[in-house]
Ligand binder design. Structure first.
Ligand code: NAD
Length: 344
């Protein structure tokens, strides 16, 4: 099992494999880079098919957090953790307490928070064992509405750049996933006059989107070939791949999911097809920006900083046009430049 030579290893400072026999906890905590500050990134719980899948996920996600935090202008490094297990059946107080103790053992080099499969309640249990948890109840709280706001503004920036218009009136958006972020995003889009096509596994969420936003519902695998302006992936990673790209009629890909490109080369394939891609870790930084205000929480200041995602994306789109590089490459280069400057 490759680790130091893994494609996403990318100079990770520390990777910790942790196990607690009593609670059954098996987790990986990855600290990618602490140049800008303590590594901050959520914890994901997922029934990974193999340990290699868990390693792939945590390395890619923690590296992404370094870049996301840098470009969002936060004094945070990047890290992430994954718990190997089924969030529907494998959760217990003992498991999250054990996880909290392992995070605590890093002495503040890594702060965890909620991510897919994890709730704020789980984080509050872990917090009983360590101060190094973020996104706590009664503080900055659920990050999803801020992630949704940033994603909405990212879609606006992409439409502005590509079509030269400030309004989303009549713009058609295919939203894949109506979870914590996707549903809030639909509300913003609907309020702005956009037309929605949606899919999800949950009948309840689909029904809500139909009645509250007049959304058209399509089957899961039909979402890619919809005749829309924007495809907004808000469920899973790696949905931009060799199978889906040929189906896309949208000329903009802008959504909140992490790791949208199955492989880095898919950024180039999108560009060749004339599809404008809003790099995932830039457009979905609203939640972590909100969390960054946790110590002395101020919702107005948090929202003002989330709104800067619009300008950051316009800068990336313009630089990509000027340089001929993909938006993903431009975002990575900008993030690396921020970190290098801080290192010096
Ligand atoms: P969530 O678990 O609340 O929602 C995901 C939704 O996707 C669920 O409603 C689920 O039923 C649906 N779904 C699952 N498989 C699907 C499929 N094949 N097709 C269509 N829908 C499917 O998660 P979330 O918090 O809304 O996050 C969504 C994505 O955004 C994730 O990739 C997450 O990593 C990323 N993200 C979230 C935040 C945040 O603040 N929550 C921040 C940054 C990035």
């Amino acid at each position: 099992m490759a680790l130091f030579s893994h494609p996403s290893f990318d100079h990770h400072e520390q990777i910790m494999f942790v196990h607690d026999e009593a609670s059954g906890l098996k987790a990986i905590i990855a600290v990618h880079d602490t140049t800008l500050g303590p590594a901050v990134g959520g914890c994901r719980m997922w029934p990974y098919e193999s340990e290699q899948d868990a390693i792939n996920d945590v390395l890619r996600l923690s590296r992404g957090m370094t870049y996301k935090n840098a470009l969002a202008g936060l004094e945070f490094g990047g890290g992430k953790s994954v718990i190997i297990g089924d969030p529907k059946s494998d959760k217990s107080e003992a498991l999250f307490r054990a996880f909290g103790r392992f995070v605590d053992s890093l002495g503040g080099r890594y702060y965890s928070a909620e991510d897919v499969g994890i709730t704020t309640a789980d984080i509050m249990i872990a917090h009983q064992e360590t101060p190094y948890m973020a996104g706590l109840e009664g503080k900055s709280g659920d990050p999803s509405p801020y992630t949704a706001l940033g994603t909405f503004l990212g879609i606006k920036a992409a439409v502005k750049h590509q079509r030269g218009i400030d309004s989303l009136e009549g713009i058609k958006v295919a939203v894949q996933g109506l979870g914590h972020v996707g549903f809030h995003l639909c509300r913003h889009l609907h309020d702005a006059g956009a037309k929605l096509v949606v899919c999800d596994l949950s009948e309840t969420q689909l029904e809500r989107a139909r009645t509250e936003f007049g959304a058209e519902v399509v089957a899961l695998d039909e979402i890619y070939r919809q005749d829309v302006d924007v495809y907004a992936p808000c469920a899973l990673g790696a949905t931009i791949n060799d199978t889906t790209i040929p189906q896309l009629k949208a000329t903009i890909v802008a959504g909140c999911a992490n790791n949208q490109l199955a492989e880095p080369r898919h950024g180039e394939v999108l560009k060749e097809k004339g599809i404008l891609y809003a790099p995932d870790y830039v457009i979905n930084a609203g939640g972590i920006i909100n969390v960054s205000f946790e110590r002395d929480y101020n919702a107005d200041k948090a929202e003002a900083k989330v709104r800067k995602i619009y300008d950051t994306l316009l800068t990336i789109f313009n630089e990509a046009d000027n340089s001929g590089k993909t938006t993903a490459v431009v975002a990575d280069e900008m993030a690396r430049a921020i970190i290098e400057k801080a290192r010096k």
